[in-house]
Write a protein that binds this ligand. Sequence first.
Ligand code: ZN
Length: 60
Amino acid sequence: MRITVKQLFGIVPNEEIAEDWVEKMMWGADHEKLHCGHCGAMDTVQSKSGRPMEYRCRTC
Ligand SMILES: [Zn+2]
């Protein structure tokens, strides 16, 4: 199932919660064990920017 952040606004009250929700769907709830939402690879890196959803998969 694919859902856009825009669609999510109809479900959750604000952008911060929506982004957190999407992030957990994409990368897993446990940030210690981030995995790629596309290929499931654990070899991911977190951006230094500190912005949400700034993870990168090295396999994809
Ligand atoms: Zn990947």
